[in-house]
Design a protein around this ligand. Structure first.
Ligand code: ASP
Length: 346
């Protein structure tokens, strides 16, 4: 292992998103612009007494276009540069930021350094931008060390609107306000006021194990949202699809779905054939508990796995990673019920 540089050093990774967008006069649509212009907009970055290098993805994208290939490229980049930097800040669009932060948290095992996602609701060149504060505080958090020299936040996290959230607990909940993200089932890891106050009790401790980066992902997952009026045909289409290995079923309240025999028959048939069905609540907060109502008990009896208080974004990332690593669904099902990276409450 290389000796640690005395001063902190940060790698700023730019993938795209509103933070770096500008209006194209041709069609008035926001499109990504060059990274050097971001640096020009934030002269504050030069006031940090440490090294900030940058890496720009090509092409820059609106995060609605994110694909697993970007996550694999990010994970490989972090692996390649891990010993050279004390922390990583990833500039990313807000639309899929919670998906990317979630999956990265599972791809990076034994993480001992901060990987902080941030972005903004208004482009960094706009007078009222939230991008500067988000970027500057993210860099400060990515470089923060405890008295013993270890990283204060050895986690994949999202910094937005003065709050730091665990990446696999966050969700985009507001498309218009500066507070785009919430994390209803996990308190913020830090809050930025005059000082940045770290919530040490909520931050996961680094266990000292070496970084292991998983880049194999199995993306054969679909998401079925239960709603009044859903038909037998739609349910069957999702649960009988031979192209999917797992289905995230977004259910009502504490994990309830339709109690009609046609529905439970399709669910039982799919579970019987080995399909992984993960029950995630449509509610923003709270958890799945299939022991409360008859409608939940039927799902449990059929073999549906409880996602407990996991977000849909984290469920997707967890499934992609577990399925990418384990060819047998039994192991995947067992690990879905375990807390791997702080994504579910103990
Ligand atoms: N559509 C943009 C994106 O996700 C929105 C944003 O960055 O806030 O890239």
């Amino acid at each position: 292992m290389k000796p640690m540089p005395e001063k902190s050093s940060i790698l700023l990774i730019y993938t795209g998103g509103t933070i770096g967008m500008k209006e194209d006069p041709a069609d008035q649509a926001l499109k990504p612009f060059d990274f050097s212009q971001i640096l020009e907009e934030v002269p504050e970055l030069q006031k940090f007494a440490f090294k900030i290098d940058s890496f720009t993805f090509d092409p820059l994208i609106d995060s609605s276009d994110v694909e697993p290939g970007l996550w694999q490229a990010l994970a490989k980049l972090i692996r390649r540069k891990y010993d050279d930097y004390d922390g990583f800040v990833i500039l990313h669009g807000t639309d899929t930021m919670a998906y990317s932060a979630s999956v990265l948290s599972f791809m990076l095992r034994g993480l001992g350094k901060p990987v902080i996602f941030t972005g903004s609701q208004l482009p960094i060149g706009s007078p009222r931008t939230d991008g500067k504060e988000n970027l500057v505080s993210s860099i400060e958090i990515a470089s923060a060390k405890d008295a013993d020299g270890s990283a204060t936040v050895p986690e994949v996290a999202i910094f937005f609107n003065s709050r730091l959230f665990r990446g696999n607990r966050a969700t985009k909940a507001d498309s218009s306000s500066f507070g785009a993200f919430t994390s209803p089932n996990c308190p913020p890891l830090a809050e930025a006021g005059i000082n940045i106050r770290y919530n040490k009790a909520a931050i996961r401790q680094y266990d000292g194990s070496p970084l292991e980066v998983q880049t194999e992902l199995d993306t054969r997952v679909t998401i079925l949202k239960i709603h009044p009026g859903i038909t037998r045909e739609t349910t069957g289409y999702f649960l009988r699809d031979p192209g999917s290995r797992a289905v995230i079923m977004e259910t009502y309240g504490s994990g309830n779905a339709i109690s009609k025999p046609w529905f439970t028959d399709i669910v039982s048939e799919a579970c019987g054939k080995g399909k992984i069905i993960l029950n995630v609540t449509q509610c923003q907060a709270g958890e799945v508990d299939m022991n409360i109502y008859a409608t939940g008990k039927t799902l449990k009896a059929a073999g549906v796995i409880s996602g407990r208080d996991i977000t849909t974004e984290a469920a997707l990332g967890k499934l992609f990673c577990l399925m990418g690593k384990f060819p047998d669904n039994k192991t995947v099902k067992e690990l879905l019920e375990s807390n791997l990276r702080g994504e579910i409450s103990e």
